[in-house]
Design a protein around this ligand. Sequence first.
Ligand code: AP5
Length: 256
Amino acid sequence: PGDAILAPRAAPTPTMASFTLAASAAKFAGAKLDSRRAPAPRAQGRRAVTVSAGPKRVMIAGAPASGKGTQCELIVEKYGLVHISAGDLLRAAVKEGTPAGLEAKEYMDRGDLVPDSCVVTMVVDALDTPAAKEKGWLLDGYPRSASQADAIAEQGIEPDSFLLLDVPDEKLVERVVGRRLDPETGKIYHVKYFPPESDEVAARLTQRADDTEEKARVRLEQFHSNMKAVESCYAGNIVKFDGTTKKEQVFDNLKK
Ligand code: AP5
C-alpha cells in the first residue's frame, strides 16, 4: 500500500524496463513459501500487474562491475529480499578454507569461472534457507552457464524475473579498478563515482584481488562466452536495463 511495487496499478507500458518485481510478485501471489517448485513455463513475457503478494524470486546478471552488487543493495533495502551472491559465497568459502573454497581459489585468482562442483551446491543450499523461502530471494551472479541454469532447474528453482544489466565493456574496466569495499558494512564504493563519506571509512576500504585490469579482461571474456546460453534459458523472463546511468536512475527504471 502506497508503494508502487505492492499497490495495484495499471499495466506497464511494454518497454525494456517494464518488468518486474511487481509482475513477479503478482505471478506468484498465493504461491507456497518454497524456493523449489515446478519449473515456470518459459516465454511468459511481461504481463499486466494488478495486485502483488508473495515472495519474489529474482535473478540479476551482468558483466563484471556492471553494478549487480550495487543494485542488490538498493533492492534489498527496499524489498527485503534475501541477497545471495555467488561471488560472496565463494569468497567466504575461500576465506574459511573449505574444500570447495580451496578448489575455487585458483580459478577466481585467474578470473575464470569456478567449476560447477564448487558453486552449485553452495547456491542451492543458500536458496534453501527459511529466510530465503519466506522473504523471497535475489540471486546475484548465478547461473553463469547453461549447465548452472540446468542444475537448479532440475531442482525446480526458477526465477520470476531475470534482470540483465547492460554496460559496454569500455566502461567496465574503469569501474573494476576503481571499486573499493567496506569490510565492516559490506558497502560498495568507487574512487570516482561513489567515494566514501568520511576519512574513517576511506581508511578501512579494501580492494578485491581480482579487481585488476588484466583479470577484469579475463572475467569479461568469460561473461561474453557464456551469457548468450544463459539468456536463452530464461528467454521469457529477461528484462534488460541500461546500467550506464547513475545508480539511482538504474534502480528507478528497475522498479518501474
Ligand atoms: P563476482 O563477485 O560475482 O564478480 P563479477 O560478476 O565479476 O561482478 P562484480 O562483483 O565484479 O561486479 P558487480 O556487477 O556486482 O558490480 P558492483 O555493483 O560491485 O564473481 C567473482 C568471481 O567468482 C568470478 O570471476 C568467478 O571466478 C567466481 N564466480 C562467481 N559466481 C560464479 C558462478 N556462478 N560460477 C562460476 N564462478 C563464479 O559495481 C562495480 C563498481 O562500479 C563499484 O565500484 C560501483 O561503485 C561502481 N558502479 C556501480 N553502479 C554504477 C553506476 N551506475 N555508475 C557508476 N559506477 C557504478
